[in-house]
Design a protein around this ligand. Structure first.
Ligand code: 6PG
Length: 471
């Protein structure tokens, strides 16, 4: 056989589906997996009859690839990526290119790009979103590294990516670890929206008294609106409609209420705090998962700490419209706004030169946070590439002004009913803070100066001031 166009290392579900995707798009492929039995299983199963060959060692793998080699690594983020790089490097030649398609921490990617480029190999850190189905049918991809390295994989990734009306869901993101940084922020937004939809479900169930099917109907209505039509709302409807085959009851109610995480949501929040970007809705989602994980403590505290009895308040009509929809719309918008603001700040800090409309464009298809709203986000950044916050774009500002009373009603009702709504309440505080020209931090400054002589600035005079408050 002629040498293959494309190589894949790591036959997990994502790896298998990505190589099938590449092959379907005309790229003959060679695969390598640490355990050869897995390679054999794949080649005699889903990979059978395809233009895909196996390899028994990394040397064998590299020898079966056309030069310059394009190698996608789909291995667990962390030390495994460094191990593969170390093991394969002796067989590579100048110009060969490694692509890390996992959810790597972006500082690791910065380091790997610098190390490998210094040896004349290319290295691309590429966020890949869309889960197993997306990997097979067309994911959204966020590649970062040198432009020359991206140019060498452009024809491949443009064919493999999901396609939307204005092109493939992939673009050159920028230098260094920018691709993985953008994917990390994508996941932070993903955490936010998942938690927002979970809070809406909790209110519909506990305040509205709705069954799984009735709730699914509401999410179905929401999925037909411009503001909420999205992959995550679509799968929420499916999850709520699904019954346990054992007894026909709602399957969701049988699932333990503890959500784990693999790191990207945490990294989003840590980066945001380090860079001074406010991301309270995303942080609330992360904290929601942390609170969920201390279940034994919560079970114990339920008997000790008492809240108000759950009481009914207005959520939404049968068509899905009403205060709860207002609240969900604004919290989702806030998640995107906070993620985009973090990208803007990181872009300046790391010289990533991120193209905001392009990032919105490649998130319109294939990825987990794909939503009709991304067209509006793309339009907003196209109209004003320097936009500091999505919520002050005219279309989004009108949504905020119209829906803020609904969000406030839901947060107030939830507080009176004793039901936690961390993302919805953080969003209300976020918007109220953002639209308040004078916040009470003047008093914080006074206290800091009082106990620690930290000084302060005045509204009526230039300069730096200190007062002997305690005399
Ligand atoms: C995607 C997802 C995916 C991510 C999972 C798990 O875009 O396809 O973001 O890459 O790994 O959603 O994330 P958590 O386990 O941290 O929720």
């Amino acid at each position: 056989m002629d040498k293959a166009h494309f190589g894949l290392i790591g036959l997990g579900v994502m790896g298998e589906n990505l190589v099938l995707n590449a092959e379907r798009n005309g790229f003959s492929s060679v695969v390598y997996n640490r355990t050869y039995a897995k390679t054999e299983e794949f080649l005699s199963g889903m990979g059978a009859g395809k233009n895909i060959v196996g390899s028994t060692s990394l040397e064998d793998f590299v020898s079966k690839l056309q030069h310059p080699r394009r190698i996608l690594m789909m291995v667990k983020a962390g030390p495994a990526v460094d191990a593969v790089i170390k093991d394969i490097s002796p067989y590579l030649e100048a110009g060969d290119l490694l692509i890390d398609g996992g959810n790597s921490e972006y500082h690791d990617t910065e380091r790997r790009v610098a190390e490998l480029e210094s040896k004349s190999f290319g290295f691309i850190g590429m966020g890949v979103s869309g889960g197993a189905k997306g990997a097979l049918e067309g994911p959204s991809m966020m590649p970062g590294g040198t432009k020359a390295s991206y140019d060498a994989i452009e024809s491949l990734v443009c064919k493999m990516a999901a396609q939307v009306e204005d092109g493939p869901c992939v673009t050159y993101i920028g230098p260094g670890g920018s691709g993985h940084f953008v994917k990390t922020v994508h996941n932070g937004i993903e955490y936010g929206i998942e938690q927002i939809l979970a809070e809406a479900y909790d209110l519909l169930k506990r305040v509205g008294g709705l069954s799984g099917t009735q709730m699914a109907d509401i999410f179905g209505h929401w999925n037909s609106t411009e503001e909420l039509a999205s992959y995550l709302v679509e799968i929420t409807e499916i999850c709520l409609r699904t019954k346990d085959p054992a007894d026909g009851s709602d399957l969701v109610e049988k699932i333990v209420d503890q959500a784990g995480q693999k790191g990207t949501g945490l990294w989003t929040v840590v980066s945001a705090l380090q860079m001074g970007a406010p991301v309270p809705t995303i942080y609330a989602a992360l904290n929601g998962r942390v609170m969920s994980s201390i279940k034994p403590q919560r079970q114990n505290a339920e008997a000790i700490l008492h809240g108000p009895a759950v009481q009914s308040f207005e959520l939404c009509g049968n068509d899905g419209t009403g205060p709860l929809m207002d609240a969900v719309v604004l919290a989702c918008m806030a998640s995107y706004a906070q993620g985009m603001e973090l990208l803007r700040i990181a872009s300046a800090e790391h010289d990533y030169n991120l193209n905001m409309p392009s990032i919105a464009q490649i998130w319109k298809g294939g990825c987990i946070i794909r939503a009709r709203l991304l067209k509006r986000i793309q339009d907003a950044f196209n109209a004003n590439p320097q936009l500091v916050n999505l919520l002050i774009d005219p279309w989004f500002a009108e949504q905020v002004n119209r829906r803020l009373p609904g969000l406030a009603k839901v947060v107030a009702g939830a507080a009176e009913a004793g039901i936690p709504v961390p993302c919805l309440s953080s969003t209300l505080d976020y918007i109220n803070s953002y639209r308040t020209a004078r916040l009470p931090q003047n008093l914080v400054q006074a206290m800091r100066d009082c106990f620690g002589s930290h000084t302060y600035q005045r509204v009526d005079q230039e300069g730096t001031f200190h007062t002997e408050w305690l005399d």
